[in-house]
Design a protein around this ligand. Sequence first.
Ligand SMILES: Nc1ncnc2c1ncn2[C@@H]1O[C@H](COP(=O)(O)OP(=O)(O)OP(=O)(O)O)[C@@H](O)[C@H]1O
Length: 459
Amino acid sequence: MKNFDRLTPKQIVNELDKFIVGQNEAKKAVAIAIRNRIRRQKLPDEWKKEITPKNILMIGPTGVGKTEIARRLAQLSGSPFLKVEATRFTEVGYVGKNVDSMIRELVEIAVNMVKQKKMKEVEEKAKRNVEERILDAILPSAKKPQIPFANIFGMQLEKTQTVEENVDFRGKREELRKKLRNGELDNNEIEIEIETGNSPIGFIGLPEMEDIGMDLSNVLGNIFPKQKKRRKMKISDAKKVLLPIEEEKLIDMDETVQEALELAQNRGIVFIDEMDKIAVKTSGGGQDISRQGVQRDLLPIVEGTTITTKYGPVKTDFILFIAAGAFHVSKPSDLIPELQGRFPIRVELEPLTENDFVRILIEPENALTKQYQALLYTEGVHLEFTEDGVREIAKVSYKLNQKLENIGARRLYTVLEKILEDVLFEAPDIEERIVVDKEFVSKKLKDIIEDEDLTSYIL
Ligand SMILES: Nc1ncnc2c1ncn2[C@@H]1O[C@H](COP(=O)(O)OP(=O)(O)OP(=O)(O)O)[C@@H](O)[C@H]1O
């Protein structure tokens, strides 16, 4: 993601604007933080040590875009992204569960990202290999006289004939290849051998082992040969099943892991939600001690330490941590002082207004109205939203948030789903053009809105 490194904070905000309405302070803060990380990475070592990472604390009610900003930033910068709830580490059964596990999860995500990228790079070559495997299955080998599917291309072999003598084997194979490529053989069944992994024993991957960064399947996996299974399937399915298998064979796993470790270390973003729930004023009962314990465990990770993972050691110095919470009851100052110091960038996110809802419904590149339009257009249905229709959806959603519980923009999801329920059910057997105007919205919601119990249940 070299291009991203060249984006100025202003340009990063412009990019985020394409997906998130308002919340300018938060966008600005994450843009500065991520740019600072790039700046810090360029410093000489002695300076690197002096400048501590500046992590962010987002303060704001639920559903106003906190996670969305962080997630979009990660996408934009090609960063592995993990969202965890701080309370996860205080739950019964989780007590003592290593907070380090979030770094392991981040690495796992990075490994998958790099693997997917590399698999994409070798896709064309893998497709050729899949083709060869399927052709081998259809037309086994030149030495074997048995030719299943021989009738596909009109071969008539006498039992006594050998392939070498009677068939221009290569020619036929190429003829079959053509048919395979243009999908003519897709519905034919073949039997193929599929690699199903290499651990014949079920105990591999005990959670306790994972906690200390070990994975027995890595240690023992290579001792056992890969298991194979013969399966019958349509050629169209075989293409799909074999592709990732062939892609994996073509990529260098050591290289993938190295790249992933670097990606996690230098670009990782960890979003810690519900931070307010582990902030406590005074140390009271066991629960409070457990909450403060989690804060203490978090401290070295956000300060910069080295965590052991099954892929190797990972430094957390350059990982960007974004903590978030509503802080209705507790305050950021209820966090232990050291942790407060590690999240010096504070941003408050505004509650969303009715006007914001209107914009959220139509402006983002992936706006909800656009999503439904795209979905229905696949079946030839043109969905149109009029201005007063969108305004009405925003208005109802806003009112419901006041009346029931304020769940922010998430309310738009439930309301819109309800309004479009019939259309989604009836399509494609409906009119080609559906207009969602004020009247349409009111009609669809009338019964539900009049019954308060039903409202809180459905919307
Ligand atoms: N300002 C906004 N602009 C565009 N979409 C938004 C905005 N705020 C929220 N949304 C949409 O609402 C949904 C919920 O938002 P998000 O996940 O960011 O909530 P949150 O603030 O992180 O709350 P929580 O802490 O409860 O997870 C997302 O799908 C997001 O797309």
